[in-house]
Design a protein around this ligand. Sequence first.
Ligand code: TUI
Length: 310
Amino acid sequence: MYRFWKEIGIQYPIIQGGMAWVADHHLASAVSNAGGLGIIAAANAPVSYVREEIRKVKELTDKPFGVNIMLLSDNASEVAQLVCEEGVKVVTTGAGDPGKYMDMWKKSGIKVIPVVPSVALAKRMERYGADAVIAEGCEAGGHIGELTTMALIPQVVDAVKIPVIAAGGIADGRGMAAAFMLGASGVQVGTRFLVAKECSVHPAYKERVLKAKDIDTVVTGRPTGHPVRILRNRLSRELLKLEKEAAPLEQFEALGQGALARAVKEGDVEMGSVMAGQIAGLINKEQTCSEIIEEMFNEFNALINRKIDI
Ligand code: TUI
C-alpha cells in the first residue's frame, strides 16, 4: 500500500474526485500542491480544452496529478490518447470499462486507477493490469452503482490484490479511518472539494452543498440506465415525476441535456443538475484544499492511534 503511494509520489492517500465540469486546473493544482492527488475531469469537454487544462496544471504545480476520463463521453478515445501524448502520470476512469485503452496506457507508463461499482468489475480491471481500483459506493454524487461503500469496500478488498481506494460518503477523518478499517489503502473525496476555496464551481452551487442536509440528495435517471445522485430541486422533482409516469426516455434526455453545466457554470440550482454525495449534509464550511487535506489527515491519525473505550 505505501509503495503504491510512494510510486505515485504523493504525501497523503487522498485523491480528488474527477467531478465533471468542476475539476479544472484550479482545483487539481490546489489539491496536488496540498499533497493529495489532484485530478482534471475530461468529462465531455473537447480534447483541446483538456490539453490546455493539463498544461495549466503543469505550470501551477511540480507535484503529480491525474486526468479522469469519463467513458460515456463521445471523445473518450481521443482523451485516452491525449494523456499518453501529454505524459500524464495517473489516469482515473468512470462510467464504464476502460479495457480497450489499458495496453496503450500501460505502455506509456501511466498508473491506471479505474472507478468500479462492483466486485466483478474490480476483478476484470485487475486482470487488465490496473494499478489500483477506486471502489465507489452509491453514497457518492453523480453517476453511481448499486452498492453502498460499507458493503462494497471489504468485498472488493477480498477479491483483488491491487490497492483499493474507497469513495462515496467520505468527507472527514472518520470516514477515512472507516475506509481503512474496511481494508482500503486510500480515499477519493469529491463533495468536500466542491466547496474548496480553489474550486471554481458557481457560488450558488457551493451554497446549496453547504446548506444541504442529510436527506437532501436523490437518485434520478434510473430508467435511463445511468442513475445520478443530485441535490433535490425543481429538476429532480420533474425527473422523478417522469419516472413515476414511465415517460419516454427522450423526455429525460431533454431535461438532462446541459443540466450539469447549467448548475456549475450559470449557477442555475433549480433547473440545473447539482450533483453531490450524501455526505453533503456534513459539509458546512468553505476551506482551502490544504486545510481540508490537513484536517482530514489529522483526524484520521488521531482516530487510528486511539484505543477505543467500550
Ligand atoms: O463516473 C462517475 N461519476 C460521474 S460521471 C458523471 S457525467 C454523467 N452525467 C450524466 C450521466 C452519466 C454520466 C457524473 N458523475 N463515477 C464513477 C462511476 N463509475 N460510478 C459508477 C461507475 C461505473 C458504472 C458502470 C463504472 C463502470 C461501469 O461498468 C459498466 C460496464 O461497462 O461494465
